[in-house]
Design a binder for this molecule. Sequence first.
Ligand code: C2E
Ligand code: MG
Ligand code: MG
Length: 458
Amino acid sequence: MGVPDFPASEADAIKSSGFVDSLTGLGNRHRLREKFQKLAEERAEDPAPFTVALVNLDGFKPINDLFGQAAGDEILCQVAHRLKACMTGHATVTRHDGDEFALILPMIFESVSAERIGHLIKDVLSAPYDLGDRHVRLSASLGLAIHPFAGADFTGLLKSAETALYRSKRRGRGQVTVYSTEIAQEMRRSTQIEQALRNAIINDMVDVHFQPIVSLEDERVLGFEALARWIDPDMGFVSPAIFVPLAEEQGFIDMLSDTLLRKAAEAAVTWPRDLFLSFNLSSAQLTDMATSSRILSILANAGLPPSRLDLEITETAVIRSADMAGQIIADLRQAGVRISLDDFGTGQSSLGRLREFTFDKVKIDRAFVSALSTDKTTEHIIKAIITMCDSLNLDVVAEGIENAEEAERLAAMGCGMGQGYYFGKPIDAMATLRYLKRNYRETVYPGTSTRGFSSFIN
Ligand code: C2E
Ligand code: MG
Ligand code: MG
């Protein structure tokens, strides 16, 4: 793959000025700065905005590692070629470090067009790359910033484009973000949360609370779901829905999850023995073969039998790395741990997953329960889920039950278990013991002797 075609005079000019990237033949960062300055000066007289875009390839490093640097270089040249080919003559395309490219788009004046062109570039770069003996697919993330709103000088504008790109990268592959003050604020807040979370995890400031899961037939408590709780001295309560994914991204999830499971298991051994502990496993943990042995050793240290643990996983988690997830699930079930499918109905291809993996329990997402009173279709869907789970021999828990009417209707529909503010909000370990003192009624199984709650405390 050769150097993209430039008009001879332009190519000579960039080569002679040392502003050229020798691999792709595109201009480099100096070239971008020069182009920016020229355009900014022109636009000082005719104050029309223009746009800078940063393009970063997703998952490029593994390509280099897997197929060698020559293949990586070849792809970078093809990217350069595609970028040049899809831009009009007015645009400048440059290559920064590694797999990052930048564009100046003089005719893009506002965010709707910026977003549109961002998606176009993303699509152009997502077509397969021909490496002779194989085809490789890559996606690209983009961050765009509009001059002068997102930065009047080169450094400021590029920094805004980097912020936008950073957001795209964090949202997953193939995302396009146009910088705005709201986005800058969002990113500042997540950086603040990230730093505070790092400290909180290191200093063991993340706690675990427990929410009762009850039998809908007689409201007897059957177990508790452990929910992570973090109160930052400056930011106050931060939802686990925000900090758990952050911990995953930052590579802290194992450390966080181990600490939480240890705390939860240590609390659960003080409960009556017939109560189970339900614990949320994060999707990143299902891509790590060490997960099952770590969990089992934490249980052993705390003295909680694996048969008292239920692990809640989501569909997205099993989809991400199906083979490994399947193996981890099988190892844990072999040891006696039960597996629940959490937030059922909100993910993808739910029914297929039920067939592919072995679960013990399904948790119907709160979205269905809260729609129950207003939407007739929801009632049919819940009924269908319950019937299906019955025939597959799966337990069913309805999540997010907030009032007696919902509880009664779900019980009448044959749903075995329920969880929600109506039965109890998540509370800390001490309050859980007080809750049990008030609410626990032991199950007496014929032929077995179960101990009452009073013998488990003090
Ligand atoms: P989830 O596992 O589906 O947990 C249920 C969520 O619904 C909890 O939110 C709970 O407080 C909330 N909830 C329960 N009953 C009601 C109700 O009646 N009404 C309403 N409006 N909400 C109710 P929370 O604690 O904010 O947790 C959010 C999510 O964060 C959890 O969803 C779970 O996916 C994740 N998470 C929480 N703790 C952990 C943890 O220790 N590890 C991992 N990996 N994820 C966790
Ligand atoms: Mg859960
Ligand atoms: Mg849930």
